[in-house]
Design a protein around this ligand. Structure first.
Ligand code: THU
Length: 136
């Protein structure tokens, strides 16, 4: 499996964007603020935060907010190169299963930066989601 590297400055920019947007999270129920930022292959960055709802199941994760925002602005031909995820509590937090599948749709070769159990971690999307679903 390819271990993609992103230049340190690009990774720092992506993390900064995720931290900044985390402040906009709507998380009154879980109190768990999450910020995500995606880097596209065209160099553009899109941020997103979690948006919760009184009907809990309607909650949208930060990662999907960022991806849907990019698609809304640029259309479905986007390619995700990297994703950074941060949370307000500095605890381990990797993308949930649903978000992994959505990342895979637009970034089958994406690198994900997140807080792991032993500190900052980087993983290829196929490490997080082996055998991601695609329509035949
Ligand atoms: N959440 C995210 O936004 N991204 C993740 O990677 C994990 C979980 C949100 C969803 C919900 O608003 C809160 O964190 C608690 O689950």
């Amino acid at each position: 499996m390819r271990k993609k590297t992103l230049p340190a400055d690009a990774r720092a920019t992506l993390l900064r964007s995720a931290k900044k947007v985390m402040k906009n999270a709507h998380a009154p129920y879980s109190k768990f603020r999450v910020g995500a930022a995606i880097l596209l292959s065209n160099g553009k960055i899109f941020p997103g935060c979690n948006v919760e709802n009184a009907s809990y199941g309607m909650t949208n994760c930060a990662e999907r907010t960022a991806i849907f925002s990019a698609v809304a602005q640029l259309g479905p031909m986007i390619e995700i190169r990297a994703v950074a995820v941060v949370n307000g509590q500095g605890v381990p937090c990797s993308p949930c299963g649903a978000c992994r599948q959505v990342i895979y749709e637009f970034g089958p070769d994406a690198t994900i930066f997140f807080q792991g159990a032993k500190g900052p971690k980087q993983a290829h999307i196929t490490e997080l989601l082996p055998e991601g679903f695609r329509l035949p």
